[in-house]
Ligand binder design. Structure first.
Ligand code: OKP
Ligand code: ZN
Length: 379
C-alpha cells in the first residue's frame, strides 16, 4: 500500500479572521493546522507513509490553470487583485500584518427584487468600482477574508492537489492514497463565490484535471472515466455540489451535519439535475449527540455502496475534513479518535485509487486524527 502525503509551506502564509457574534477573532482555519498534521505524522510510530514537500514556483505563469467550468476568470482576477485595491484606495495599510478584508454587503436574491428582475438582474449588472462592492459580489459569507498572502496560499493549495493527481496517475494500477494537505480548503467555493474559508474549489479543479487525463473506460453506460467525489467533511460541500450538479461524472456524495453551516444546502432531496440526476447524493445526519457513531457508520457504508455499486466509480476524490470529531469547535458527530481508523478502513474497502484533499478539522488533535485515518487506510 502506497501512501503519499504532500504539503507546501506556502499554504501557511494565509491568515484570516472571522466573526463570532460581535467579535472578530482569528479564523479557526489557521496555519498551525498544517504543522499539527506534519508533527503527528513524523512522530507516529508505524510510519507507512511518505511525506513530500512540494513548492509552488515563484514563476506565476506556471501556476495551476483553473478551468472556466469551475471558476470564472473574473473571479480569479478578483481574488488576485482585491487586497491591493483596498491598499491603493487607502482603506487598509499594507504594512499592517493583520490586514484582512471582509465583505459587508451582498447582492442577495431578495435585494435584487428592488430592481424588478429578481436574481436575473445580477447577470446584466455592472459592478461599481468600490472594492466593497467587489468583495460582496464574489462572496456568500464573511468567513473568507482576504489578506496580502491569501492568493499565494490559495494557489499553493490547488497546486498540491494537481501535483497529487499527477502522482496518482503515474501508477493507477497499484492501490494507493495520495493525501494533499491543502490549505485554504475548497469545498464551499462556488463558480464565482468565496465563503466558508474557501476560495478555489480544490476538489473540483483537480477532478476536472483528472477527467482530462484519465484514459476512457471501454465499457459502461455512464460516461467515463467515472470519478466519485466523496465529501467526509462535517459541513456540506455546497460549492462542489453546485459546479457538478448537472453532471454524471464526477458524481458527488456527502455526509454532513443536518441544519449546520452552510445551512441552506445539503438536503436529501438534492440529487442532481438533468443528466446528472441521481449523481448527487446527500446524507445529512444530526450533529453531536443527536446521532450515534452507529448511525454515522451506517451512512458511511451506504455512501460506500452508492460509490461502488450504483456509480461503479473508478477513482475517488476525497474531501477529507476532520471536523466530524466529537470535540471539534465547529462541528462534530459522535466520533472519537479511534473511529478514524475505522473510517480509513472503510474508505480503503472501495479498493480504488484515492486522491484525498484536506478540508476542515479545527481541534488541537487534528494531527492524531489524520494519523488514525491513515493507519486504518493502511491496515
Ligand atoms: C469550513 B469547512 C464561526 C462560523 C464559521 C464557517 C465554517 C466553515 C467550515 N464564526 N463558519 O467545511 O470545514
Ligand atoms: Zn467543515
Amino acid at each position: 500500500m502506497r501512501i503519499l502525503v504532500l504539503h507546501d509551506p506556502q499554504t501557511k502564509l494565509h491568515q484570516s479572521v472571522e466573526l463570532l457574534g460581535h467579535k472578530l477573532i482569528p479564523a479557526h482555519e489557521a496555519p498551525d493546522r498544517i504543522d499539527r498534521i506534519l508533527d503527528a505524522l513524523k512522530t507516529a510510530s508505524s510510519s507507512n507513509w511518505e511525506i513530500r514537500e512540494i513548492a509552488l514556483s515563484e514563476d506565476k505563469p506556471t501556476w495551476p490553470e483553473i478551468p472556466p467550468t469551475i471558476h470564472s476568470p473574473e473571479y480569479i482576477t478578483h481574488l488576485r487583485t482585491i487586497f491591493e485595491r483596498f491598499v491603493s484606495d487607502g482603506i487598509v495599510d499594507v504594512d499592517d500584518p493583520d490586514a484582512c478584508v471582509l465583505p459587508e454587503c451582498f447582492p442577495h436574491a431578495r435585494l435584487l427584487e428592488a430592481v424588478g428582475e429578481g436574481a436575473n438582474a445580477i447577470r446584466e449588472f455592472k459592478l461599481p468600482r468600490d472594492p466593497y462592492a467587489h468583495l460582496g459580489h464574489y462572496s456568500f459569507d464573511m468567513s473568507a477574508g482576504i489578506s496580502k498572502a491569501t492568493f499565494r496560499s490559495v494557489m499553493a493549495s490547488v497546486n498540491l492537489a494537481i501535483q497529487g493527481a499527477d502522482l496518482l496517475l503515474q501508477d493507477l494500477a497499484t492501490p494507493s492514497l495520495v493525501f494533499a494537505l491543502c490549505r485554504p480548503p475548497g469545498h464551499h467555493a462556488c463558480h464565482s463565490l468565496a465563503g466558508g474559508y474557501c476560495y478555489i474549489n480544490n476538489v473540483a479543479v483537480v477532478t476536472e484535471y483528472l477527467l482530462s487525463r484519465l484514459p476512457p473506460t471501454p465499457e459502461g453506460s455512464i460516461p467515463t472515466p467515472r470519478i466519485a467525489i466523496f465529501d467526509l467533511d462535517f459541513h456540506h460541500g455546497n460549492g462542489t455540489q453546485a459546479v457538478f450538479f448537472s453532471r454524471r461524472s464526477p458524481a458527488y456524495v456527502s455526509i454532513h451535519g443536518e441544519g449546520e453551516y452552510p445551512y441552506y444546502t445539503g438536503a436529501e432531496d438534492e440529487v442532481g439535475s438533468g443528466e446528472g440526476k441521481g449523481f448527487t447524493r446527500n446524507f445529512p445526519l444530526p450533529s453531536h449527540r443527536g446521532s450515534t457513531k452507529e448511525d454515522y457508520f451506517r451512512k458511511l457504508d451506504e455512501a460506500v455502496r452508492v460509490i461502488a455499486e450504483e456509480w461503479r466509480a473508478e477513482v475517488v476524490v476525497l474531501s477529507l475534513g476532520f471536523d466530524t470529531f466529537n470535540a471539534d469547535p465547529l462541528g462534530g458527530f459522535d466520533l472519537g479518535e479511534e473511529d478514524y481508523t475505522e473510517m480509513g478502513r472503510r474508505v480503503r474497502s472501495l479498493g480504488l485509487p484515492v486522491l484525498a484533499l484536506l478540508e476542515g478539522g479545527y481541534h488541537a488533535l487534528l494531527g492524531t486524527l489524520v494519523v488514525r485515518f491513515l493507519k486504518g487506510f493502511d491496515a
